[in-house]
Design a protein around this ligand. Structure first.
Ligand SMILES: [Zn+2]
Length: 196
């Protein structure tokens, strides 16, 4: 390989040293201070630390293609919920939900390519993934997919009932987030107007 031994990480490691020197890693606890668990896209334009102004220790974040609520994401949510329940017993010292799962899809998502039949077929052949599941992953209308994914979280029986879930669309043009599904507890009936 001609690129052996080269790295793109040099400048970023330099930033890391500045981060550590400034003590920015000191202080955060494992329970997120803003009690938020963000599920969003891995697109570099869709950086929750940027658009939500997150500091270390403020939120948990899972990113994948599209910000989809996959079985792996549900497992992560269940795991963190179980840990949080253990760490924070129900009682007067801790009011409100353990955390809110915020599903954030965005405009102009690259997963839209999976709606293209030719691309999808080639990618399915390359990875062994089913064309049907790949088609399901595509975020073409973020408002629609975010509603569907919020329902997936709400209906998951693995999750703590002390967790809430909400849905949002991040607009790459304006930089603004619009809430399309208000927060409600996992396991509760869908809020009025929440259906797809
Ligand atoms: Zn995306």
């Amino acid at each position: 390989m001609t690129n052996a031994g080269t790295t793109n990480m040099g400048a970023l490691l330099e930033r890391n040293r500045a981060f550590a020197a400034a003590g920015r890693h000191e202080g955060p606890t494992v329970m997120p201070k803003q009690r938020a668990f963000v599920v969003t896209c891995l697109d570099p334009r869709v950086e929750p630390a940027g658009f939500l102004g997150l500091e270390p220790g403020e939120a948990m974040v899972v990113r994948n293609a599209g910000g989809r609520v996959t079985p792996e994401v549900l497992l992560d949510l269940a795991f963190v919920g179980a840990l949080a329940e253990r760490q924070v017993p129900e009682g007067p010292l801790f009011e409100g939900p353990l955390f809110e799962v915020a599903v954030v899809h965005h405009t102009d998502c690259g997963t839209g390519m999976l709606a293209d039949e030719g691309f999808r077929r080639g990618f399915a052949a390359r990875t062994g993934a089913s064309e049907e599941s790949l088609a399901h992953e595509a975020v073409v209308e973020p408002e629609r997919t975010v509603r569907a994914d919020v329902e997936t979280v709400r209906e998951c029986s693995w999750l703590s009932d002390r967790v809430t879930v909400s849905g949002h669309v991040y607009d790459l043009d304006s930089g603004l987030i619009r809430t399309v599904v208000e927060a409600s507890p996992v396991g509760s009936p869908a809020p009025t107007g929440g259906a797809v």
